[in-house]
Design a protein around this ligand. Structure first.
Ligand code: ZN
Length: 266
């Protein structure tokens, strides 16, 4: 599943490509009812926003399209010749020089201001918008015995973290995923938030997840686990110490950890 950095990067790229232009919005697949956006000559795109893993395209008169990629959604940007859309293209945004196709999202819908507010109300603070740990996050940790590995994937508590960042952030802080959130000190909670913010921002810049220092990434097509971009996620051996990486299921997703670097304390 795309993590927060992918969504924020898409918001930046799509804004650069299309904001301020009259955009033709269509649904070649037909599963997105965009008739409210039909205008001769296109509808003005005013801005693109990312909140956690949610994207909002805000058009003239407040008309807003909400997109959540889910597990299988993806965008394709066409800057040159525009191919015919495939039968699975849910939405096509066509501007002056660039067109963007969306396939396979969990959500692609027009939302009212009330629906947008309700969606945002369910999403927790986003470290990419708020680099300093919010008090509500630290208070939540202090009050929860839930494993920290579960808390990190709870989008209502902290938004944008997925399975790769979860594994890597906990490894970098030497925390076992089963550590009760309430046992973390406020200092560790603050550091955890700061690290998530820093790594997500690096992901936005580099357009991929890299959590190691001094790593020369050779090819973007190589699986991350083979090239030393991560310490434990998807790996057999811990990049830090070489011990076998352990796996456990937490929130129905596999959590990766090194039992040597991240012992369960207490
Ligand atoms: Zn290790």
């Amino acid at each position: 599943m795309p993590e927060g950095h992918t969504i924020h990067r898409a918001a930046l790229d799509h804004a650069r490509a299309l904001v301020g232009q009259r955009v033709t919005v269509s649904s070649p697949q037909g599963r997105f009812d965009c008739t409210a956006l039909a205008r001769k000559g296109g509808v003005l795109l005013e801005h693109v926003e990312a909140h956690g893993k949610h994207l909002f395209y805000v058009f003239e008169r407040g008309l807003t399209v909400h997109v959540h990629l889910g597990l299988f959604g993806r965008f394709t940007v066409h800057a040159d010749a525009l191919p015919a859309p495939s039968s699975s293209t849910r939405m096509r945004l066509k501007g002056k020089a660039v067109a963007i196709d969306l396939v396979g999202p969990t959500a692609c819908e027009l939302v009212t201001p009330e629906k947008k507010a309700a969606l945002l109300g369910r999403i927790g603070p986003d470290p990419l918008q708020q680099p300093k740990a919010p008090k509500a996050f630290l208070d939540h940790l202090a009050a929860q015995k839930t494993p920290i590995g579960a808390v990190l994937l709870d989008q209502s508590v902290i938004s944008g973290v997925g399975n790769v960042y979860r594994a890597e952030v906990l490894h970098l802080l030497k925390l076992h995923p089963m550590t009760p959130a309430s046992s973390l000190t406020r200092k560790t909670g603050t550091e955890l938030w700061r690290l998530v913010a820093q790594l997500l921002q690096r992901g936005v810049t580099e357009k991929r997840i890299v959590t190691t220092q001094g790593t020369k990434i050779r090819a973007r097509t190589e699986p991350v686990s083979r090239e030393g971009a991560v310490h434990v996620y998807g790996r057999n051996a811990c990049l830090t110490c070489g011990a076998p990486v352990e796996r456990l299921v937490l929130n129905a997703r596999t959590a990766y950890l090194c039992g040597v670097c991240q012992p369960l304390l207490g």
